[in-house]
Design a protein around this ligand. Structure first.
Ligand code: FNR
Length: 344
């Protein structure tokens, strides 16, 4: 089997194996405060918001996971079916494999025929040249392109990169592409410093991708057979709550950068907390992958509809009709979280 394809299978298998070893996404340190006089009815609540400048009907989406092997192409097809059935936006996993070997492009291309009208995001690493980025977008007629920053993963990956000059390339891609570009981490959390650099360079969309969910350093450590385990690399990064609060603290310097929150999102409460802390929308990978593997496409569709209802219900309890109103509600932070944010 192609080595790159094999890695895709391993990522899914190990992510699922480690799913239960969830660390903290920090959101337990954020308390929502119900309204005693909500002055609202449940059916007045609108879940719609935006993702990479496109209108979406639910404030959460299927974030990048996979594609590029027989097994992972099947998983992607099921994710695309669930996205089409529920109206959720969906990002595909990195398409670099399909650029190296066009035989793997078909698996990605098929997703567009399954999810013809949905919002779909292409995905590549931050170092790819313009022609690759254009090809990835064309492959799925993408509405936007996610470019991932994954230094921690590459450094632990046995066959990973060791050189990370990305910023100039990202600026060039953003300038030349004719779809919106969203810069994402993969679980180390975007620092306020990085967000300021991105804002200064006129980026508009960022996925904070905090720690507390799928941990790529841990996944790659599992793949370091016969090599020393770099376990300390798994403990680094800002949690999802910390990245959001860091961004909120430095909001004025971020020039309206639209935030996606992700990392360890498991339920409606997590989603609403992220929206209250300033996210426009919320990405979910590990949990959706887990539900898909355990309960199949129908189970995933059911879970997505439950989440929509859960978010709607919580929004009503907070007295909020829209996602943007959520940002005005008050939260109580744990002492520990408050202390950490003071240092950001
Ligand atoms: C991912 N993720 C990911 N991200 C990306 O930008 N390109 C990719 O190819 C992949 N591949 C991938 C494979 C698997 C199996 C998983 C579970 C995840 C990272 C993902 O988009 C997200 O940033 C993190 O997983 C954190 O979110 P969760 O999983 O905690 O919800």
């Amino acid at each position: 089997m192609n080595l790159h394809s094999h890695r895709k299978d391993e990522h899914v298998m190990i992510a699922e194996k480690l799913y239960r070893k969830k660390s903290s996404n920090g959101l337990e340190g954020v308390r929502l405060i119900p309204a005693n006089l909500p002055e609202i009815s449940l059916d007045e609540v609108s879940l719609s918001t935006t993702l990479a400048g496109k209108k979406i009907e639910a404030p959460f989406f299927i974030n990048a996971i996979t594609g590029g092997s027989e097994t992972t192409d099947r998983l992607n097809e099921k994710l695309a079916m669930a996205a089409a059935a529920t109206g959720l936006a969906m990002a595909v996993g990195s398409q670099s494999i399909a650029l190296k070997d066009p035989a793997f492009a078909r698996g990605f291309e098929r997703l567009r025929s399954i999810n013809q009208d949905g919002i779909m995001l292409a995905n590549l690493g931050a170092g790819h040249p313009l022609k690759n980025a254009e090809q990835a977008v064309r492959m799925i007629s993408a509405d936007a392109l996610e470019l991932h920053l994954n230094a921690a993963q590459e450094l632990v990956m046995p066959e990973g990169d060791s050189s990370f000059y990305w910023l100039d390339n990202l600026v060039e891609l953003k300038k030349c592409l004719n779809v919106p570009v969203l810069i994402k981490e993969v679980g180390s959390g975007m620092t306020p410093q990085t967000l300021k650099i991105l804002a200064e360079n006129n980026f508009s969309y960022v996925d904070l991708a905090g720690s507390g969910g799928t941990n790529f350093a841990a996944i790659e450590n599992e793949r370091r057979k016969g090599k020393e385990t770099l376990s300390f690399m798994q403990e680094l990064g800002l949690t999802t709550a910390e990245t959001l609060l860091g961004a909120r603290k430095h909001e004025r310097e971020l020039h309206g950068l639209a935030l996606t929150a992700s990392g360890g999102i498991r339920n409606a409460e997590d989603i609403v907390k992220c929206l209250v802390l300033g996210a426009e929308n919320v990405g979910i990978s590990g949990m959706f992958l887990h539900v898909l593997i355990k309960d199949g496409t129908d189970g995933l569709i059911e879970r997505i509809e439950e989440l929509k209802l859960g978010v709607r219900t919580l929004m009503a309890l907070l007295g909020c009709r829209t996602v943007s109103e959520l940002k005005k509600t008050q939260v109580i932070l744990s002492g520990e979280l408050k202390n950490t944010v003071e240092q950001l």
